[in-house]
Design a protein around this ligand. Structure first.
Ligand code: AMP
Length: 182
């Protein structure tokens, strides 16, 4: 936990707006529902602002958002820090030439794809998603970016499930989260 995160009064408001739904989509999963956060304009704006404050002026030219909930938080961050937004999508959604990475989820297997040419070698990238569980999704996202020669500066999520130790799978890449859920 960073001292900044602990002290910022906005964090409590954000945390209080995340609904936890037990046994969704499967028994045993505590689903962290951010749609309730989106219903509160102040909490939603505070969430985006905390990321913008952290990444503004860091020379980041790419915000890569992971389908689907990385598409909610990534674009407003990208616009505010003056970066492009690159969607990392589920298979067969992108119409152009793509590169793909398979990964294992907390509940199932999946794959992420990125358009070839969306990111240039040497670009500085931020990866955004709503939540890190086992870390497999963020790992696949970082691999896509690194395969095209980008530098992943950090991964940013609203929520971390620290008990699943996803952070340890990120090969030492920094991860910034606003809220932990046990
Ligand atoms: P992982 O690859 O295991 O880190 O899983 C992260 C991805 O799965 C994110 O895109 C999340 O949106 C989703 N996810 C995994 N577990 C949960 C959960 N308990 N609640 C909400 N979303 C989850």
């Amino acid at each position: 936990m960073s001292a900044y995160r602990d002290k910022d009064p906005r964090i409590h408001g954000i945390q209080s707006k995340i609904r936890v739904v037990p046994d969704f989509p499967k028994p045993g999963i505590m689903f962290q529902d951010i749609t309730t956060l989106l219903l509160d304009p102040k909490a939603f704006k505070d969430t985006v602002d905390l990321f913008v404050e952290r990444y503004k002026g860091k020379n980041i030219s790419v915000v890569a958002g992971i389908e689907a909930r990385g598409f909610i938080f990534g674009p407003p961050i990208a616009l505010e820090i003056g970066a492009k937004f690159v969607p990392l999508r589920k298979p067969k959604k992108l119409p152009g030439k793509v590169i793909s990475e398979e990964y294992v989820l907390e509940y199932g297997r999946d794959c992420l794809e990125m358009h070839v040419g969306a990111v240039e070698p040497g670009e500085r990238a931020l990866v955004v998603d709503d939540l890190i569980a086992t870390g497999g999704t963020l790992c696949a996202a970082m691999n896509l970016l690194e395969r095209v020669g980008a530098e992943v500066v950090e991964c940013a999520c609203v929520i971390e499930l620290p008990d699943l130790k996803g952070r340890e799978r990120l090969n030492g890449k920094p991860l910034y989260v606003l809220v932990e859920s046990h």
